[in-house]
Design a protein around this ligand. Structure first.
Ligand SMILES: Cc1cc2nc3c(=O)[nH]c(=O)nc-3n(C[C@H](O)[C@H](O)[C@H](O)COP(=O)(O)OP(=O)(O)OC[C@H]3O[C@@H](n4cnc5c(N)ncnc54)[C@H](O)[C@@H]3O)c2cc1C
Length: 448
């Protein structure tokens, strides 16, 4: 009984929608309330992509104006899990079938490059954001997934130089204090940071290099007039030589061509109550980030100060709100760590990421408009890297080519930006994951 009461009490402390990371930063302020009327480059969207692109163009001497339709940091870039992975979901063989072996290898390599790039960027710019090359424990939710994970990772090691360590189920408590998984692999190159501190550092850098930034300023329409573009915003017009669209999961009909190519998907997180240090040491003996082999994955980690668990996943077939997803995430977290039933959570929030039909990011130009987006849920490294590359490409830096350049950016017939097919797909995958988890647990109990 006391457990239930304790959770009910802590629930009252939080306001649904509050983002844990926001508590650790100062207010994110724009440079100007009204955008400049005439600039070289107008950037729509002030997340990692937009700010990285803007820093690159401003450093190359281009007058750069960023606008965001909300307060700064409103998008995914301050509300993510802070886990940094290579972010390329398709396997080498899938990519090779689509684009040939050489291009496939180059695309896969961009993932590792983005991972290295963000680490050196943070170091070079001196951004204080709790960045750590901590590694990831990728946990298998069934014995069959463990076998598959080990053989896939061995293959990646020999083909792509992935550094890893196999963790058997017997050794699992050295990584994670749970018996819910059947072992896993440690992917040593993966990293973590505090997403809002990183964002805050990027914003400060943008200001230092002269980027103008206006918030609460939606771009409503883009028209071409001669060689220039005119962006109508809620706070006046911007005439710009070049436009960058960096709107990712929040892409609207501003550029319908892009809206037809990205699939907005909500993902959800909670931050637990502060936990006793001994409990944290038992559940998270390392600082690694964690994910699992479920089709609808859970991703989690200790907070940088190791006081809490930041736990995320997609716990709803339809898009919904954090008041509903908080209890569901808490329930699923307690399935993995039963001891946590004694503790509640203080923050529950959501954000919208962008998937693509070929499950990797895209960078390029359409009708003279530059864009980078579609990070498929892992954009901390990739959005930063492609944002930078996009800015470099715009200013004509010959070293800024990427393996994504000029790839087809697919859409589907009858898709106009509203993913009507998503709830049934998520429901089916979640059901399959759940059945696999139950079956593996039942077999395990029977064996022991
Ligand atoms: C809960 C959650 C957890 C995540 N966890 C991870 C993780 O652990 N690791 C990882 O790698 N990735 C993670 N991600 C994804 C990652 O955060 C994103 O891929 C990344 O932040 C994308 O950056 P962005 O700049 O492209 O987009 P965003 O940061 O979303 O910025 C886009 C901006 O565009 C603005 N905008 C849209 N339309 C307009 C318009 N018409 N006019 C003006 N402004 C406009 C929006 O207001 C928004 O601020 C997570 C995302 C969420 C939501």
């Amino acid at each position: 009984m006391s457990q239930k009461i304790q959770i009910a009490e802590t629930q009252q402390k939080y306001v649904a929608g509050n983002v844990y990371w926001h508590d650790g930063i100062d207010p994110l302020l724009p440079t100007t309330q009204v955008p400049s009327g005439k600039v070289d480059v107008a950037v729509i969207g002030a997340g990692y992509t937009g700010l990285q692109a803007a820093i690159a163009t401003a450093r190359a001497g281009r007058l750069t104006q960023v606008v965001d339709m909300h307060e700064l940091g409103w998008g995914c870039s301050t509300r993510n899990g802070g886990q940094i992975s290579p972010s390329i979901k398709p396997s080498f063989s899938t990519l090779a079938q689509r684009h040939g072996t050489k291009r496939a290898a180059a695309i896969r390599n961009e993932g590792y490059r983005s991972l290295d790039w963000i680490g050196s960027f943070i170091k070079t710019e001196g951004i204080s954001c709790e960045y750590q090359r901590c590694g990831r424990f990728h946990a298998a939710h069934t014995p069959a997934h463990f076998d598959n994970l080990v053989s896939e990772t061995q293959k990646l090691s020999s083909e792509e130089g992935v550094k890893f360590e196999v963790i058997s189920r017997d050794e699992q408590h050295s990584e994670l204090g749970t018996d819910a998984y059947f072992g896993g692999v440690v992917l040593k190159q993966h990293a973590s940071l505090d997403p809002a501190k990183y964002y805050s550092g990027l914003l400060e850098l943008s200001k230092r290099v002269g980027v103008e930034i206006t918030d609460v300023c939606p771009a409503i329409e883009i028209k071409q007039e001669g060689r220039a573009f005119v962006v109508t915003t809620s706070k006046g017009e911007i005439r710009a030589e070049n436009i960058i669209i960096a709107t990712n999961g929040y892409t609207t009909s501003l550029v319908p061509w892009l809206q037809r190519r990205v699939i907005p998907i909500g993902t959800y997180m909670i931050a637990t109550d502060p936990l006793p240090q001994t409990l944290m040491e038992r559940l998270f003996p390392t600082n690694r980030v964690v994910s699992d082999t479920c089709k609808v994955i859970y991703y989690y980690r200790p907070s940088p100060d190791r006081s809490r668990i930041i736990f995320g996943g997609r716990v709803s077939a339809d898009e919904t709100n954090p008041a509903i997803t908080g209890p569901r995430l808490h329930r699923d977290m307690c399935r993995i760590f039963p001891e946590l039933v004694n503790y509640g959570y203080t923050h529950s929030w959501t954000g919208t990421v962008a998937f693509t039909f070929d499950t990797h990011a895209h960078i390029g130009q359409h009708a003279g408009i530059y864009y980078a987006m579609g990070y498929c849920g892992s954009g901390v490294g990739m959005a930063s890297y492609l944002g930078f590359c996009l800015g470099q490409q715009l200013v004509g830096n010959p070293d800024s080519a990427t393996a994504f350049d000029n790839l087809p950016f697919p859409t589907r017939p009858l898709y106009f930006g509203k993913p009507w097919f998503l709830p049934s797909i998520v429901q089916w995958y979640r059901l399959r994951d759940k059945l696999q988890i139950r079956r593996a647990a039942a077999l395990d109990k029977w064996k022991n």
